[in-house]
Design a protein around this ligand. Sequence first.
Ligand code: ADP
Length: 397
Amino acid sequence: MLILVINSGSSSLKYQLFNMDEKTVVGKGLVERIGIEGSVLTHKKDGKEFVIETPMPTHNEAVKNVFDALVNEEYGLVESIEEIGAIGHRIVHGGEITDSTLIDEQLKEKVREYAKFAPLHNPAGLAGVEACETLLPGKPNVAVFDTSFHQTMPASSYMYGLPYETYEKHGIRKYGFHGTSHKYVTKRTAEILGKNPEDLNVITVHLGNGSSLAAVKNGKSIDTTMGLTPLEGLIMGTRSGDLDPAVLTFLMQAEDMDAKELDTLLNKESGVLGISGVSSDFRDLEEASDAGNERATLALDMFIKRTRRFLGAYLVELGKVDAISFAGGIGENSDTMRASLMKDLESFGIVLDEKKNDGLRGKDAIISSDDSKVKVLVVPTDEELMIAMDTLNIVEK
Ligand code: ADP
């Protein structure tokens, strides 16, 4: 079956067409500047790029142009759009929805409700869904949520130390994100180690522009670092991660900041960018640090310390850990970051093999020494493939 995977952002839309019989990518592309002057679609087939510039005021026109590209005589991927069996959509916030779900009106209503916690992402996801419903009627659309893998967390992990009514009235709790990645990495880790996910305890470490860890027990998430929104937990590219909440009330008074300004400060101006004043990109930070920039070094040290703090927490929470798996742009590519995170952990049964780690980029590999009790892996994530697999599972049922 051919499955189209769509990831809609507020002004962008990424797509990949999968042949699920062979688990291959037939082609893919990206629409940028939806609703902004200069809308452009970049379509890729056989390593070649085709650029289509045309006004796309809404997601409807974006999807229409994607469909046109998919059947184009020169660079198309299918003869008829009807060949696509189903469409899988990435939806950021699914609240307490526990699994990927076939989309109907009731589900869309829930996604609209959870937009209160993801005001930019959920409406964009829905816009992509509705464009597909209009332009390709009758085909199943499946929602795959960033949150649902973590819905196996016990209440003791997901509740905050706030009055219980804040959960009952507003749904304030930890939901967790990057679930599609943590799920994929768990599955791949099990495959690589020749085990069933149900028999595996793993700490999945997704480090990219946004970063999170998950404690996965017998294949199920029991804790994760992101919270009500993707702001909690680790120090990220531009996000603060955990803070004393009193910082916010202090800033409101001292700087007269309102909710919107605080939101921008915490999400866009903080993290390693805010600390270093250099960049949110870890390649730039490593370069600046090597050249003697002290704040870049501080930002990297803080990132490492915070991440190790959660590694320690999850080692204890899981008790027995079979594997630690690195994914995301930083986890997959930065051997120096992996080495710093795994340093001096021999007493926990974690021993990195420097030779296996050095220079390893973007490839599946076990990078711990043969006698390391806990296996350390690099597992390049593939959220799109995971969405396609979930979509196939649901339409086959
Ligand atoms: P997103 O969360 O947007 O999907 P990615 O997972 O692509 O982001 O990760 C982007 C991050 O990966 C950037 O901070 C980038 O600096 C980092 N990165 C990519 N390649 C390397 C590398 N070779 N060394 C260090 N960091 C890298």
